[in-house]
Design a protein around this ligand. Structure first.
Ligand code: GDP
Ligand code: MG
Length: 303
């Protein structure tokens, strides 16, 4: 059997370049991430593409990189920049043109410090002549050292399959993060993961250099809706990091969990039963489900 790959991809690009359209095309069904409320794109949105042969791509839709004009703008830029450093691949969507404006220049500048592969997607090629596409590729090649450049039409789906193939080339081998039938994360689940992430970074201070991610594995409201059972996994890069995150006799994980739970209860307005797991991504093959959980009432060991 072919080994699966799995990873996170962030989608960046100026407003209107077609980020949401591309997401919808890839998932093959309409997910109301733009149409519903414009502010939903202020947070990261995860869209999950699963291919049982190749693996799983978790897309993180960012609000776009731009100059921060106010507090909210600043927040949005932070979210976008943080996602860039957390993911395996950066997808940068642009319009089909040889004119590289200030917006693109500033994105290129911000990407200079990014070590992850950046794939340029030249979208909307249905609106231009085929032979023109080469000149766009040339113009962008001069701007940045892209891992790949893929022209496509998100709206019509042309060349989108090729993009998927290219993305998988750059993903690490690893287990799927979500069930195969998961298409998109609930906003609440994202917020829950963000809370755990925030509390982790806070508690750990500078001990873990960026490399952590958090996924919400499950979130189930009990009948009556007064209690919610949440399981989330903190994913780190190294065994040594795992040790730090768990802490002495689980003290660090407990601290993270307590702080996160407090905030979740405020947000969800109900009692939260939180179970946290820690998983090392690099050598996952040796450890299927990695860590026991330091929950609040029960202590489970998962095999
Ligand atoms: P976002 O702001 O980056 O999420 O952009 P949207 O996905 O909301 O797209 C902005 C506009 O561009 C919409 O009107 C889309 O229909 C249009 N659009 C997106 N992709 C394509 C494409 O490949 N071809 C054409 N012709 N229009 C596109
Ligand atoms: Mg959008």
């Amino acid at each position: 059997m072919k080994e699966l790959k799995s990873g996170f991809v962030t989608l960046i690009g100026r407003p209107n370049v077609g980020k949401s359209t591309l997401m919808n095309q890839i998932i093959g069904q309409k997910i109301a991430i733009t149409s519903k409320k414009p502010q939903t794109t202020r947070n990261r949105i995860q869209t999950v593409y699963t291919d049982m042969e190749q693996g799983q791509i978790v897309f993180v839709d960012t609000p776009g990189i731009h100059k921060a004009k106010n507090k909210l703008g600043e927040y949005m830029v932070n979210v976008a920049e943080r996602s860039i450093n957390d993911v395996d691949v950066v997808l940068w969507l642009v319009e089909p043109t040889t004119y590289i404006g200030e917006g693109e220049q500033s994105i290129a500048k911000r990407l200079q410090n990014v070590k992850n592969p950046v794939i340029l997607v030249i979208n909307k090629v249905d609106t231009v002549k085929r032979e023109e596409v080469f000149s766009f590729i040339d113009a962008y090649r001069k701007l940045y050292d892209f891992a790949e450049i893929v022209p496509l039409s998100a709206l019509h789906g042309d060349n989108v399959e090729e993009l998927i193939k290219v993305i998988f080339q750059y993903l690490p081998y690893g287990p799927m993060f979500y069930d195969e039938d998961t298409v998109t994360d609930q906003p609440e689940r994202q917020i829950v993961a963000e809370i755990v992430r925030e509390k982790s970074l806070h508690a750990l201070e500078d001990e873990i250099p960026h490399g952590i991610a958090v996924v919400t594995d499950s979130m189930k409201f009990r009948k009556g809706g007064k209690i919610v059972d949440i399981e989330a996994t903190i994913i780190c890069e190294r065994d040594s990091h795992k040790g730090i995150i768990i802490g002495k006799q689980g003290s660090m994980l407990k601290k993270i969990g307590t702080n996160a739970r407090y905030e979740m209860e405020k947000m969800l307005d109900c009692q939260v039963n939180l179970k946290l797991w820690v998983k090392v991504r690099k050598d996952w093959r040796d450890n299927d489900v990695l860590m026991k959980n330091y929950g609040y009432d029960k202590k489970n060991i998962d095999a």
